[in-house]
Design a protein around this ligand. Structure first.
Ligand code: FMN
Length: 325
């Protein structure tokens, strides 16, 4: 079973990916949050730092590009190729207003004739240099029925993988997964298909797999894997052919190590202190799922403005869970 870590801008940074792969692992591919190339600027210094091979040692990383201009995509792809990357992902899912207004991300799904000629250009380039390009998409911009035409377009090109988040742009990340359209993709896609969306537990994986009548593999996990960093191991130990009968429980000692690594690494690269605390707060919006009944503590730590206040709440909280497991 292959598990991919979804790109989450602001969350799955190179610091996060390094800490995750060292402490948890069990992820086969990490997708980097998008880079957004511009005229004569394929990568900003910040984007370059995030995907620099020396900052991602031992991690199988797939950089992602967000653009609707094939010349910008190809410029960035050449740069990525010179850094050693031979697999790149195209973002056709970002629902943000500013991104879609520029016809990028999910916004690009509206203009299907431009999308087709864009894909024509980038896959001709890919073929000329042996680059693999995968696509991460939603079902459509306004209506899920747009997916039928999109599928026909995708099937014209040699996508290395098609990752589908079965929602439309206006769903953002909420609401029910539109399962019938992923089932359509399973029947009609000519390339390898990857499911992405709302898997937070082994039970969720089992339910989605059952409703599609197959063992979903590969899968891409986003919020579920940030919320429960043990989820990849839990899934593999439950559903792989050679799975052990051991049930993996959330390991709070590991979570403490993960927390401390991120907290100390962010202190080295971010300032002032409040920016480090903002980063940690964002992570706690995911981790709070693991701390049932501790809502008051979580609420307080979200308000901490100094390291000492933050630590005075976080360490007793983590230690209490370590003791009870
Ligand atoms: C905070 C945040 C940032 C995201 N950034 C990206 C991104 O840079 N590129 C991308 O393709 N998707 C991005 N996504 C979408 C996720 O990769 C994923 O498709 C989505 O969260 C659904 O999967 P999940 O239910 O497993 O989280 C982002 C989602 C969130 C919540």
């Amino acid at each position: 079973m292959k598990i991919y870590f979804a790109p989450l801008e602001g969350v799955t940074t190179y610091i996060f990916r390094n800490a995750f792969s060292e402490i948890y692992g069990h992820v086969d591919k990490y997708f980097a949050p998008f880079i957004s190339p511009a005229e004569n600027c394929p990568l900003t210094p910040r984007e370059r730092k995030d995907i620099a091979p020396e900052n991602n040692i031992g991690i199988y990383l797939v950089p992602q590009i967000l653009t609707c201009r094939s010349e910008h995509f190809i410029d960035a792809a050449k740069e990525l190729s010179s850094m050693g990357y031979s697999e790149i992902n195209l973002n056709l899912g970002c629902p943000s207003g500013t991104v879609c207004a520029k016809g990028k991300g999910a916004g690009f799904l509206q203009d299907r004739s431009s999308l087709q000629s864009f894909l024509d250009d980038i896959y001709s380039y890919a073929e000329s240099c042996g680059m693999k390009i995968s696509v991460k998409t939603r079902l459509g911009y306004r209506e899920p029925e747009e997916f039928y035409e999109l599928m026909e377009i995708f099937n014209l090109f040699p996508l290395s993988e098609l990752i589908v988040h079965p929602r439309i742009r206006t769903d953002f990340y909420k609401g029910d997964i539109r399962k019938e359209y992923f089932a359509y993709a399973l029947e009609n896609a000519k390339c390898p298909l990857v499911y992405n969306g709302n898997i937070y537990s082994t039970q969720d994986y089992e339910n989605f797999s059952r409703s599609f009548g197959i063992h979903l593999d590969p899968i891409m996990l986003g919020r579920g894997l940030v919320s429960d960093p043990d989820l990849a191991e839990k899934l593999k130990s439950t559903f792989e052919k050679e799975a052990s009968s051991l049930t993996i429980e959330t390991d709070f000692l590991k979570l403490r190590k993960f927390h401390d690594t991120l907290y100390h690494q962010y202190q080295k690269v971010l300032s002032p202190d409040i920016n480090v605390l903002h980063k940690m707060r964002e992570l706690w919006t995911y981790w709070q799922m693991l701390f049932d009944g501790k809502e008051r503590d979580i609420k307080h730590l979200m308000k901490a403005k100094k390291y000492e206040d933050y630590e005075a709440i976080v360490y007793p909280l983590l230690q209490a869970e370590e003791r009870s497991t």
